[in-house]
Design a protein around this ligand. Structure first.
Ligand SMILES: [Ca+2]
Ligand SMILES: [Ca+2]
Length: 164
C-alpha cells in the first residue's frame, strides 16, 4: 500500500510535465505555421530596410565570377523584418524576389549575383552574370506591390563600391 501511495503523486507529476510540454509545443508550432501560411499570400514589407552598400566592381571578372558582386540590405528598423516578396532589381531587367528570410533589427544580409546555397547572412540572386554595371547603375528595393522601398545609385567614377 505504501508503495502505491508513493507512486501516485509521481504519476501525477509526470502527467503534468507531459501536458505542459505538449502545450508548449503547440504554442511554439502555431506561430511558425501561421507565418508560413500568411507569408506566401500577404503583401511584403514596405519599409524599414535599406540598401547600404553595392560592391559592383569586385576583384576579378564578375562576368565569370558573379558572386563577387554583392548588395548589402540592412534592417534599419527596431523590429525583425521578413524580406519575403521584396524585389531587388536594376534597370536592365534583372529582378530577384527575396525568399522567406527574417532579418533582425540592425542586421544586414548580402545578396550575391550568382548561385549558391543560401545561409544566414547570404542570399543568392541566381542571375549568374554580372548585373551591377561598373559604369553606373541603380539598385532598387521594391515591395511586392511595386512601391519603392529604397534605392542606391552610382556613376562611372565611383570606383568599386557604392555606399548609400
Ligand atoms: Ca559589375
Ligand atoms: Ca545593370
Amino acid at each position: 500500500m505504501k508503495i502505491e501511495h508513493a507512486r501516485r503523486p509521481l504519476a501525477v507529476a509526470l502527467l503534468a510535465v507531459l501536458l505542459t510540454a505538449l502545450m508548449l509545443m503547440a504554442f511554439m508550432v502555431r506561430p511558425a505555421s501561421a507565418e508560413t501560411n500568411t507569408g506566401a499570400t500577404t503583401a511584403s514589407i514596405t519599409s524599414g530596410v535599406k540598401i547600404t552598400k553595392v560592391l559592383y566592381n569586385p576583384d576579378g571578372n564578375e562576368l565569370y565570377a558573379p558572386n563577387g558582386e554583392k548588395v548589402s540590405i540592412k534592417n534599419v528598423s527596431r523590429r525583425t523584418k521578413n524580406l519575403q516578396g521584396v524585389v531587388l532589381s536594376d534597370d536592365d531587367g534583372h529582378a530577384y524576389r527575396l525568399p522567406y528570410y527574417n532579418l533582425s533589427a540592425g542586421s544586414t544580409v548580402v545578396v550575391r549575383s550568382g548561385s549558391g546555397e543560401r545561409r544566414y547572412g547570404v542570399l543568392y540572386a541566381g542571375w549568374n552574370t554580372a548585373v551591377w554595371n561598373n559604369t553606373g547603375d541603380v539598385a532598387r528595393l521594391k515591395a511586392s506591390s511595386g512601391t519603392l522601398i529604397d534605392r542606391c545609385t552610382w556613376g562611372s567614377s565611383s570606383g568599386t563600391t557604392a555606399y548609400c
